[in-house]
Ligand binder design. Structure first.
Ligand SMILES: CC(C)(COP(=O)(O)OP(=O)(O)OC[C@H]1O[C@@H](n2cnc3c(N)ncnc32)[C@H](O)[C@@H]1OP(=O)(O)O)[C@@H](O)C(=O)NCCC(=O)NCCS
Length: 145
């Protein structure tokens, strides 16, 4: 089956999108359903990777300023990780940022995700925030050519 990368459209697709965000990024930290969303959802760009009707990977781009975009909430279903899907999603989010006139991307990477972003040519800028007092982040950045 072909992998399709696009914004979710239907209520059922949005439900899968946010559920996967919660399942991968919030449930393991003991956070309840609903904590996966923030106040920028309406103004951000959302992409999901679909196998048929199943959402298997997700990611979000927000505008920090006219020139600077930020990637947040990248997550790939466990059984589909390390198959290049996260990289395809990241590339598609970077493409949206370029289309919007952004010239730089920033993000806060979990320690376990740093190698993924290094592979995609992101540089380490320094220590980032501690999420829920337990998950260390590294600030990373890339110039969008
Ligand atoms: C991090 C994540 C989004 C990466 O997506 P993915 O689809 O698994 O990554 P890809 O298969 O596209 O990886 C591309 C390359 O990045 C590097 N990479 C990815 N994950 C890596 C890991 N855990 N350790 C080392 N290198 C890694 C590898 O070079 C990989 O290429 P290879 O598999 O041919 O060696 C995904 O693993 C995930 O959802 N993890 C849990 C949630 C998370 O940490 N999200 C990020 C929050 S900041």
């Amino acid at each position: 089956m072909e992998l399709a990368i696009r914004c979710p459209y239907t209520p059922a697709e949005w439900q899968q999108y946010y559920y996967l965000r919660w399942l991968i990024l919030r449930a393991p930290l003991g956070q309840s359903l609903g904590t996966e969303q923030d106040e920028l959802e309406d103004s951000a760009w959302h992409l999901a990777a679909f196998y048929g009707e199943e959402v298997i990977a997700i990611g979000r781009l927000q505008a920090n300023s006219e020139a600077i975009g930020q990637i947040r909430y990248m997550a790939v279903k466990e059984k589909y990780q390390r198959q290049g899907i996260g990289h395809r999603l990241l590339t598609a989010l970077e493409q949206i940022a370029r289309q919007q006139g952004m010239s730089q991307m920033v993000l806060n990477a979990r320690e376990t995700a740093v190698p993924f972003y290094v592979t995609a040519n992101y540089s380490l800028l320094g220590e980032g925030p501690l999420l829920f007092g337990q998950i260390k982040h590294t600030i990373m950045s890339k110039l969008l050519g």
